[in-house]
Write a protein that binds this ligand. Structure first.
Ligand code: PEP
Length: 260
């Protein structure tokens, strides 16, 4: 079994005071957990705060997106080295909110994946279908197109680098994000298994190693059933990552699974 990974996506929430309270609770609540990995993806202005509070803890931090360019006239954008300058080891990419609200595409999300790994960041690449696509039976078609865009963008050296950096994928059905509707463990397992097979087409060893997270209204009450599925390697947590007790409870569940 792969080591479980829990990632909190704070989205556009928080302020300097509430972050401090939340992070201190997480530090206290997670410090004795050694059998899974924990990450918080905070808004960019708070990366230095995350670094200052988390740098000697077992909680890593990351950004919620990154631009594909190194530098230049891209007002409002953030380059990969700007995240690593603040100690980030992870970055979320292709989140459905980036795709639907900010018009990011498979092409731009894949270019960002490529730029992220070249800067030494571990990408957490999000895929998932909308409700209409789900109802039309298109889940695998959509997920395949999103994953294949990344696979097609990376050359052999970059793919090897992505494996070395422990690239992560996240299945986030759009209809489950922030809706209170969680995918059933069986549905998640089918899609995660499909995703792993998609990676195996490129490299079988990588497919065995890559962690695939579930995201979408993940809470402590449904985490155990989801994490028990053989291809669910942890969770990407939005709303519940802002509630210290709830996030800690999810992390504690993940910590119970031993790596084999
Ligand atoms: C997310 O936005 O990545 C997410 C999973 O949100 P929520 O947990 O709130 O559904």
């Amino acid at each position: 079994m792969r080591r479980k990974l829990i990632v909190g996506n704070w989205k556009m929430h928080g302020d300097i005071h509430s972050n401090q309270v939340l992070l201190n609770k997480l530090i206290e609540g997670l410090h004795d957990l050694n059998d899974a990995d924990y990450v918080v993806c905070v808004p960019n202005p708070y990366l230095s705060q995350a670094r200052d509070l988390l740098h000697k803890t077992n909680i890593a931090w990351g950004g919620q997106n990154v631009n594909q360019h190194e530098q230049g006239a891209f007002t409002g954008a953030v380059a990969p080295h700007m995240l690593t300058d603040f100690g980030c080891s992870y970055v979320l990419l292709g989140h459905s909110e980036r795709r639907s609200i900010f018009h990011e595409t498979n092409l731009t999300a894949s270019a960002r994946f490529e730029a992220a790994i070249n800067a030494g960041l571990t990408p957490i690449f999000c895929v998932g279908e909308t409700l209409a696509e789900h109802d039309a039976g298109l889940t695998e078609v959509i997920v395949a197109s999103q994953m294949d865009a990344v696979m097609a963008t990376l050359d052999e050296n970059e793919f090897a680098l992505a494996i070395k950096l422990n690239m992560v994928f996240a299945y986030e059905p759009v209809w489950a994000i922030g809706s209170g509707k969680t995918a059933s463990p069986e549905h998640a397992q089918i899609v995660h298994h499909f995703m792993r097979n998609r990676i195996a087409k490129r490299n079988q060893d990588a497919a065995k190693k890559v962690r695939i997270l579930y995201g979408g209204s993940l809470k402590a009450k449904n985490a155990e059933d989801l994490f028990s599925m053989p291809d669910v390697d942890g969770g990407l947590v939005g709303g519940a990552s802002l509630l210290a007790d709830e996030f800690i409870a999810i992390c504690r569940i993940a910590n119970k699974y031993e790596q084999t």
